[in-house]
Ligand binder design. Structure first.
Ligand SMILES: *Cc1c(COP(=O)(O)O)cnc(C)c1O
Ligand SMILES: [Zn+2]
Length: 456
């Protein structure tokens, strides 16, 4: 099956189109771009996708991204012609995107939703330990398509880990990484260095590093793999395809996720808009975005200043005012959930579109609730990093506020692996004041004392 595709400005009053062969991070007018498609999308593809889960030796059927290649076919491959597409599509040997929603009884109880209605999808189970691998598969495919040899990103650690791994796995590809000095969890820094990327520590936070990347891309044409790259978001749509695929295409009432740069928020909304257009789904799930209190931009703009997508006619003054206030007061993002420690999310406008389209919601949670939620996820034998646990803390809050009904079906996306930020976990459990702390006991090597302790 073949499709036609192009890039297009997200703002309808501009709507300028560009070839998919162009590498750009914005429209000439400065706004974000979408990847658009024209093709046939028969519902029978749902069966094809399901059958590909029995992938045999085909790594592109094994990949939880490329299994859905008909829905993200910006390369224009013949999707049933292995010899053709295997030369064009980039994959970590089929390992990316192999996740699905799972039930967690204790967490369901904790957030106040019936176990059978509550699902979490652990994107930390990706090969580099975060959902970013879904997006790098498509971003690197596009980089390869346009002949790029060097990619760049700013990162709080997971984008860099993923970009570094994909670059290492491709011949002829090099990754340059900007991180805020001291702003990145050790597990993530370790990966990025180990995969051999060139790491530049910028004196500043993520927002500063991101500004550097934008400036560099304008000057040098280096290929940007941050989420303002619309091709990366195409891969991230696959998280929603897997949710639906494993739920037999029954649309849940809510999808809940953490918001950082709002790439996932944007990608998920786009996935549902397209499936709705194709007639595959009859209702859209409401998308709830959870931000940290220490990085509240979307919450402030959406809930307090009433900023809306408004069919693409956005009141830019509200955004400019907010950002200039931040700059004037010298406000910096500050949360233990470092992956969402971002004050100027690059995909803000696409996220507004998602919220409008799905009747979504935005909430914010303090670090204390995030860390309790993280501990709670582990009480079920699973785990995630702090930013991911914002999802669980956010669901709990939305249920308490009556926004999410206790009978509704909720799927939470947990974005990163628990060992990414093991320090946050150790710190939590070593402090007995924390609600779910499992503080280790120190004992003399005395068998009677030990017997006493373990029988308590
Ligand atoms: C990147 C990242 C986020 C933020 O995702 P956005 O798409 O930028 O909103 C959240 N959690 C983890 C673990 C991440 O790595
Ligand atoms: Zn434009």
């Amino acid at each position: 099956m073949k499709t036609e595709s192009w890039q297009q400005c997200i703002i309808p009053s501009c709507g300028k189109k560009y070839s998919v062969k162009e590498r750009r991070t914005a429209c000439d007018c400065g706004e974000l771009l979408d990847v658009k498609y024209r093709g046939d999308y028969p519902k029978s593809l749902q069966e094809t996708f399901s059958e590909r889960r029995n992938h045999g030796p085909n790594i592109f059927d094994e990949s939880g991204v490329w299994r859905y290649r008909e829905l993200i076919n910006f390369v224009g491959v013949e999707t049933e012609n292995y010899d053709f597409y295997s030369k064009k599509l980039v994959s970590l040997d089929g390992a990316e995107g192999r996740t699905k929603p799972v039930h967690l009884t204790r967490v369901a109880e904790y957030v106040g939703i019936k176990t059978g209605n509550f699902w979490l999808q652990f994107e930390g189970d990706n090969p580099t330990g975060s959902f970013k691998d879904n997006g790098m598969a498509t971003a690197f495919t596009h980089a390869k398509m346009v002949g790029a040899k060097k990619v760049v990103c700013a990162s709080t650690g997971n984008t860099s880990s993923s970009a570094a791994a994909f670059a290492a796995n491709e011949l002829d590809m090099e990754a340059v990484i900007f991180v805020g000095a001291g702003k990145i969890a050790k597990g993530k820094l370790a990966q990025t260095l180990a995969y051999g990327a060139k790491v530049l520590q910028v004196k500043g936070d993520f927002d500063v590093a991101m500004a550097m990347v934008k400036a560099l891309s304008e000057k040098s044409g280096i290929y940007v793999v941050n989420s303002l790259n619309p091709f990366r978001l195409e891969g991230q749509k696959s998280m929603m395809y897997r949710v639906l695929d494993y739920l037999s295409w029954e649309v849940p009432d809510w999808i809940v996720l953490p918001g950082g740069n709002l790439g996932n928020t944007s990608a998920f909304g786009k996935a549902f808009m397209e499936l709705y257009d194709y007639g595959w789904i009859k209702k859209k799930p409401r998308i709830a975005v959870v931000v940290a209190e220490g990085a509240p931009t979307l919450y402030d703009l959406y809930n307090e200043r009433n900023l809306r997508w408004n069919n693409g006619d956005i009141d830019n003054e509200i955004i400019e005012e907010y950002y200039s206030e931040i700059d004037r007061k010298g406000v910096k993002a500050s949360t233990k959930a470092t992956a969402i420690e971002i004050l100027k999310p690059v995909n803000l406008k696409k996220a507004l579109r998602t919220l409008e389209y799905t009747g979504g919601a935005v909430t914010k949670v303090p670090d204390e609730d995030i860390l309790d939620a993280m501990a709670m996820v582990s009480s079920n034998g699973f785990g995630c990093e702090p930013a991911s646990a914002a999802t669980v803390a956010g669901i709990k809050k939305l249920v308490e506020q009556g926004e999410i009904g206790t009978d509704e079906v909720v799927v939470g996306i947990l974005t990163g692996h628990m060992l990414k930020d093991f320090k946050a976990i150790v710190d939590y459990h070593f402090n007995p004041k924390n609600r779910f702390a499992n503080t280790p006991l120190t004992v003399e090597p005395d068998i009677n004392e030990v017997l006493d302790l373990i029988e308590k």
